[in-house]
Write a protein that binds this ligand. Structure first.
Ligand code: 3PG
Length: 222
């Protein structure tokens, strides 16, 4: 199977991808600094707020941060994310137009799946790394185990409803190199100390230094 991008490098960066909903551009940098200080380098800024693209630009300035765009729904979102310097792309689902465009761009791409048919569509496109979303609502660990069985070459980043008490249960699955979650950064003015403390508690052994194949300072394109 041709793996079309190095999303594996992103998935190995840390056990948890921080899913971020940034409401104030001024919060972006302190949040990124606090997470990276705690050992969590994979930062997914969801395109759900007007300042999301500015937040990506700000966070990309933080040494050690690998900043991606989440909630990428279509080619327009993809283009905007690339222009903002996103280094990876996460989508809640997988459509053919978005899949084709993301693969053509070369950016590490983690599309959402929730069914066997979703996975098969991804495999047809040469993809084998997926976000399992919404992880809890779609059936939790039993559902992912059942889904993963026929697709043993695939790897999954469960996201949606995962929390501090439950993330380790997911990571115990062979098919799960990392999980995603927004619980690390509560809404409102960021408490940098609290964020770093939480990050440190969950980061585990993370990869330091440059990520193979990724330009940390550039556009994020490979
Ligand atoms: C996402 O966008 O990936 C999810 O909304 C994150 O889910 P969570 O807020 O339950 O962690």
């Amino acid at each position: 199977m041709s793996e079309t991008n190095n999303i594996d490098a992103i998935m190995k960066l840390a056990r948890v991808i921080a899913v971020l909903v940034i409401k104030e551009a001024a919060y972006a940098r302190p949040i990124a600094e606090a997470l990276v200080a705690g050992g969590l380098r994979a930062l997914e800024v969801t395109l759900r707020t007007p300042v999301a693209l500015d937040a990506i630009r700000e966070m990309a300035k933080v040494e050690g941060a690998v900043v991606g765009a989440g909630t990428v729904l279509n080619e327009r979102d993809l283009e905007a994310s690339l222009e903002a310097g996103a280094q990876f792309i996460v989508s809640p689902g997988l459509t053919k137009p978005l899949g084709k465009a993301a693969i053509a761009s070369g950016i590490p791409f983690l599309p959402g799946i929730a069914t066997a048919a979703d996975i098969m569509r991804g495999l047809d496109m040469g993809l084998s790394r997926f976000k399992f979303f919404p992880a809890m609502a779609a059936g939790g660990i039993p559902a992912l185990k059942a889904l993963a069985a026929p697709f043993h070459r695939c790897r999954f980043c469960p996201t949606g409803g995962i929390s501090q008490p439950t993330f380790r249960d997911w990571l115990a699955l062979d098919e799960v190199p990392c999980v995603g979650g927004s619980w690390l950064v509560p809404p409102g003015r960021p408490d940098a100390v609290a964020i770093t403390t939480t990050a440190r508690a969950i980061a585990g052994p993370s990869v330091s230094g440059p990520v193979a194949g990724l330009s940390l300072a550039g556009t994020g394109r490979i």
